[in-house]
Design a protein around this ligand. Structure first.
Ligand code: IVH
Length: 693
C-alpha cells in the first residue's frame, strides 16, 4: 500500500497517519536488529523501500514528520556553538586503579569491604564487571520514550547539547522499545569501531582532509562537530553503561539488571560483562578481558567494576566526584610519546623496503620499544612524520609497534620531509637500484635473491614454524650462513655438514647435530607447507592450503595457468598472476627440482575440486570457556576444515559453540534458533567431517 500520493482519495488522514506510524516502527525494528543486535532482518533494498515510502508520506504530510521518525536523524543547520545543558544528576567520574596487575582488584574489594564494615567471615561482595570503553561519555534523555536531548559530560555538572549529532548515531534509538517511563536518562559511551576508524581515515586522506590519531579522538571530534551533516557521515557506535535521572521510575535492584532493562529498551549494551563474587572474581574478569582485548572490534583501556547492589551503592556514596562503589582497572597503555631519532629501512623477503623508525626507547604495551614501523612512503606523507619529531607510538598486543602521528605542537622549526627514494636510491644491503612502480605503495630492491637481505628473509620464511618447521634455524644463524656464503638457496640447507656448521661462531658440535636433525626431519612435510615455504608473493598459509587441496600435487600446480589458478577459492587475478609468475621463473623451478632431488618430500593426494574443506562456507561463533580447548585451538580446528570463525552472532551464523559462562551471544543464538553445540558436539562434527575430508 502506497499512501504517499495526493491522488489516493481512498486513504483517509487517519489511515495515512497510521501507515506512517507503522513504517516508523518497522524501520526502528530493523535498525535495532541491524545496529544493536548485529542480526539484519531484511535486505537493504527492502529497507530502502520502506524508508522512501515514509519519506514520501512525510513530504506530502509534513505534520506527520515526528521527532522520532528515522527520516529525521540528519537534520538541522550547522550551529554557531553548543548550548549548555545542566545535568539533573551529575555525571560522575570514576576512580582509576592504575595498578594493572590482579592486585588492583583486591585493593578495590578491600576498600569496599572496609567501607561496608565487612570482615573476613562475611560473604564476598557481588560485583558487576564490564569494559571501560574508550570514547566519549554521553547522557541521553528520553521523555515518554522519545529521545529529546543528548549531552556531553562537560565538567560533570554542565555539558554541551549535542542532540543533533547524537541523533545521527543509528545504534541509538530515537524512541525506546516497550513501555517507557515518563523520564529516563541513559548514560554511556559514544565510540568508534577500529574498522570504521580505519575506513574513515582512508576516506579523509583520499579527500585531502585531516586524519585522526585514534578512534577515541575521531569519536570525540565527530560528536563535537558543529555541523550535524558532517557528524552524520562519521561511523559512530554506542554502549550504554548506566542511568541518570529516572524521574518517578524505580530502576531494578542491581546494576546487572539495570543493564538488562536498558538493553530491553533497545539500547546497545556490551555483551562482555559479568556478575562476579569477590576480588578473585574481579581479577579473573580483568585477566579474561585482557586476553580478549586485541580481538575486540573497539578499543578499551581497562575494565570497570561496580558493586552490583544499588542499595549498597547508595550506602557507599561518593568521595568528591567519584563513587566509592566503582573503579576503573586499567590495562597497560598501548600508546606513548617518544622522540623519532632517525628513519632507516628494512629489506623484506620480496625486496620491499619498509621504513623503520628508530626511537628513543619508550615503555608501551608492556615492553620497551626502540623501533616501530612506518609502513611505506604514503603513510609517512599522510601522517607527516619527520625525523626529530615527537611521535605517538602504538603497540597493541603482539602486533608490530607503529608510529601513529607526530605531536605537531612539539615540532621545532620546519624539519625536511623524509623521501625514501632520495635517502635510499640504492638498497642499503646489496646496492641494487630501488624502484617504486606506478600505483605501488612500496619501494623495492631490484636485487632479487642476489640481495642477501632477501635471501636471508626467504630462508627464514622457508624454515619457519608454519612452513618447513626447521627448529633452531633463527635469524642469527641465517645471518651467519648467508654472510659466510655457506647457504644461498634453501637447497643448500639439505647439503650442510657438521663441519661447516660447527665452525660457525657460537655453534658447537652438539648444536650443529641438533640443527642437522631438525633439517633432516623437515624433509618429510605436507604439500601445503611446502607451497607456503616457497614464499610466493601473496600466498599465505591459507592460500597454500587451498592450492594444495585443489591441485592435489605440485606438478599440477606448477603447470596451472592463470585461469586454472583462479578456480581455487579466494584466488583472484592478482594472486593467480603472482603464482604463475613464480613458477614461470626457470630459476624457481630449478630450486624445486633440487629440493626434490635432495629428498624433500610430501604426501600427494587427489585434487579435491573447489570444496576447500568439509566445513567450507560454514560460519562458527565461539562463546564462553570450553572445558579443554582454548579459543585459539577450537578456531584452528574449525579453520583447518575450511570453516570461518566470526566474532558476533547473526542469522548467517551456522553453529554457535558455547562453553561455560557463555553470555549474550548464546541468548542471541537461541533467539535466532541457531544450532548450538558444546565442545563434545564440536568434536563430533569435526570427526564426522574428518572421515570425508
Ligand atoms: S560508569 C559511576 N562505566 O569512563 C561512574 N564509565 O570517569 C560513572 N567509561 O568518561 C561512569 N566505560 O565515559 C562507566 N563501563 C563504563 C565505562 C565508563 C567507559 C568512561 C566514562 C567516563 C569515564 C569515567
Amino acid at each position: 500500500m502506497d499512501l504517499s500520493a495526493d491522488n489516493s482519495p481512498a486513504a483517509s488522514a487517519g489511515e495515512v497517519a497510521a501507515r506512517a506510524a507503522a513504517l516508523r516502527a518497522e524501520i526502528a525494528r530493523h535498525d535495532h536488529a541491524y545496529y544493536v543486535l548485529d542480526a539484519p532482518t531484511i535486505p537493504d533494498a527492502e529497507y530502502d523501500r520502506l524508508f522512501r515510502e515514509l519519506q514520501a508520506i512525510e513530504q506530502v504530510h509534513p505534520a506527520l514528520r515526528s521527532a522520532d521518525s528515522p527520516t529525521q536523524r540528519v537534520g538541522g543547520k550547522p550551529l554557531a556553538q553548543f548550548a549548555a545543558v545542566r545535568h539533573r544528576i551529575p555525571m560522575l567520574s570514576i576512580r582509576t586503579e592504575t595498578d594493572t596487575e590482579a592486585s588492583g582488584a583486591f585493593v578495590f574489594d578491600s576498600r569496599v569491604r572496609s567501607a561496608l564494615k565487612r570482615n573476613d567471615e562475611d560473604p564476598p561482595i557481588e560485583y558487576a564487571a564490564e569494559l571501560k570503553f574508550d570514547g566519549l561519555a554521553i547522557s541521553l534523555r528520553y521523555e515518554d520514550g522519545v529521545l529529546v536531548q543528548a549531552a556531553t559530560r562537560g565538567d560533570g555538572e554542565t555539558g554541551e547539547d549535542v542532540t543533533a549529532n547524537v541523533r545521527t548515531v543509528k545504534a541509538i534509538p530515537l524512541r525506546l522499545r516497550g513501555e517507557a517511563p515518563p523520564v529516563l536518562e541513559i548514560r554511556g559511551e559514544v565510540y568508534m569501531r577500529r574498522d570504521d576508524f580505519e575506513r574513515l581515515n582512508t576516506r579523509q586522506a583520499d579527500a585531502g582532509d585531516k586524519t585522526f590519531v585514534n578512534p577515541r579522538n575521531a569519536a570525540a571530534g565527530s560528536i563535537r562537530q558543529l555541523d550535524p551533516s558532517i557528524a552524520a557521515r562519521r561511523p559512530l557506535s554506542f554502549f550504554a553503561y548506566g542511568l541518570g535521572d529516572t524521574g518517578e521510575w524505580t530502576p531494578p535492584a542491581t546494576h546487572a539488571e539495570v543493564l538488562d532493562v536498558i538493553a530491553a529498551f533497545g539500547l546497545p549494551v556490551c555483551e562482555h560483562r559479568a556478575v562476579v563474587q569477590g576480588a578473585q572474581g574481579l581479577a579473573d574478569f580483568h585477566a579474561r578481558m585482557g586476553a580478549l582485548r586485541d580481538t575486540l572490534p573497539f578499543d578499551i583501556d581497562g575494565v570497570v567494576y561496580k558493586v552490583n547492589s544499588r542499595a549498597l551503592q547508595q550506602q557507599l556514596g561518593f568521595v568528591t566526584r567519584e563513587p566509592r562503589w566503582a573503579v576503573a582497572h586499567k590495562y597497560p597503555a598501548q600508546e606513548a610519546v617518544t622522540l623519532l631519532r632517525d628513519i632507516e629501512v628494512q629489506v623484506g623477503r620480496t625486496g620491499a623496503l619498509t621504513p623503520v623508525a628508530r626511537l628513543e626507547p619508550v615503555f608501551v604495551g608492556g615492553v620497551t620499544v626502540t623501533n616501530a614501523t612506518l609502513h611505506n612512503q604514503d603513510e609517512i606523507d599522510r601522517k607527516d612524520v619527520r625525523i626529530g619529531d615527537w611521535v605517538i607510538v602504538r603497540r597493541a598486543g603482539d602486533v608490530i609497534p607503529e608510529v601513529v602521528a607526530p605531536v605537531l605542537e612539539r615540532r621545532s622549526g620546519e624539519p625536511p620531509r623524509f623521501v625514501l627514494l632520495e635517502r635510499f636510491p640504492t638498497c642499503p644491503v646489496c646496492g641494487s637500484h630501488v624502484v617504486r612502480g606506478e600505483d605501488e605503495a612500496v619501494a623495492r630492491c631490484t636485487g632479487g635473491l642476489f640481495c642477501p637481505a632477501q635471501r636471508k628473509q626467504a630462508l627464514l620464511h622457508f624454515a619457519g614454524r608454519r612452513a618447513m618447521d626447521i627448529e633452531g634455524l633463527g635469524d642469527k644463524l641465517v645471518d651467519q650462513l648467508v654472510d659466510a656464503a655457506i647457504v644461498k638457496t634453501p637447497v643448500d640447507l639439505y647439503r650442510l655438514g657438521v663441519l661447516a656448521l660447527a665452525n660457525l661462531e657460537r655453534m658447537g658440535e652438539k648444536s650443529a647435530q641438533n640443527l642437522l636433525m631438525a633439517i633432516e626431519k623437515s624433509r618429510s612435510t605436507t604439500l601445503a607447507r611446502f607451497i607456503f615455504a616457497l614464499g610466493i608473493r601473496n600466498v599465505g598459509e591459507a592460500t597454500a592450503r587451498d592450492l594444495a587441496r585443489h591441485f592435489g600435487n605440485l606438478d599440477a600446480l606448477v603447470a596451472a595457468d592463470v585461469d586454472a589458478l583462479q578456480q581455487v577459492p579466494d584466488v583472484g587475478p592478482i594472486v593467480a598472476q603472482c603464482i604463475a609468475d613464480f613458477f614461470g621463473e626457470p630459476h624457481n623451478r630449478e630450486v624445486i627440482e633440487q629440493l626434490r632431488a635432495a629428498g624433500v618430500q610430501w604426501a600427494e593426494g587427489e585434487p579435491q575440486g573447489t570444496v576447500a574443506g568439509a566445513l567450507a562456507g560454514k560460519t562458527f561463533v565461539l562463546t564462553g570457556t570450553l572445558p579443554t580447548l582454548s579459543r585459539d585451538e577450537a578456531k584452528a580446528l574449525i579453520e583447518a576444515r575450511g570453516g570461518k570463525v566470526a566474532g558476533s552472532v547473526s542469522k548467517k551464523t551456522h553453529y554457535v559453540i558455547a562453553g561455560a559462562e557463555a553470555g549474550s551471544k548464546l541468548d542471541k543464538a537461541q533467539a535466532l534458533g541457531l544450532a548450538i553445540l558444546d565442545e563434545d558436539g564440536l568434536r563430533a562434527l569435526l570427526n564426522e567431517t574428518d572421515t570425508n575430508a
